[in-house]
Design a protein around this ligand. Sequence first.
Ligand code: DX5
Ligand code: ZN
Length: 224
Amino acid sequence: MPIKIAPSILTADFGRLAAEIATAEDAGADWIHLDVMDGHFVPNITIGPLVAAAVRTATRLPLDAHLMIADPDRYIQPFRDAGVDSITVHAETCVHLHRTLQSIRAAGARAGVALNPATPLDAVKEVVQDLDVLLIMSVNPGFGGQRFIERSLDKIRAAREMLNDFGSPTAELQVDGGVSNATIASVVRAGASVVVAGSAVFNQSGSVASNIDGLRQAAASTPQ
Ligand code: DX5
Ligand code: ZN
């Protein structure tokens, strides 16, 4: 299966967001990744359901909401109403993770769990069959443009084994943070099926189309 690329709009030009997203869609992006931050679970504040609904009108691609927020249960329905297709919560924010995943599926979205770099894979062991997306963070959440944490590769490999052995056959293994032309091949080799890329897609040094092409080529090459 070819790797799916999910551009994060975090480093896009928000003044012309619809055009940025259309360019990514035309360039073959697979999902659009929405980084939702609350200034509480993470230091940064970004977007809410209002902007997600505006993004919904700009693309037909699946919208992937990554909730880096405290008490995410309160926002499942508002994001679903905004038209997102998958909702990923952080295990670190959920006291009743199993219930939260059931609520996301009951709302009609694909259910995802994200793990911070310091959170062991064991945190999702008991809910692996309830997951549609397992998101391994390869940076600490909060900001785009950070350096890929190399140790994440072992965790991605272990996550791939866990999903193969016990997960739903359609579950995606997503990796988020520091994915670039230099790191994407190792991430794919380790077993990721979806990569998020923010600053590697929306930046000043290349067009969105050439950046996505570059990532696809690098993904197919030998890891650096
Ligand atoms: C980090 C976010 C990421 C980030 C990715 O908190 O979850 O999605 O925007 O940005 P890059 O690809 O620049 O690391
Ligand atoms: Zn993200």
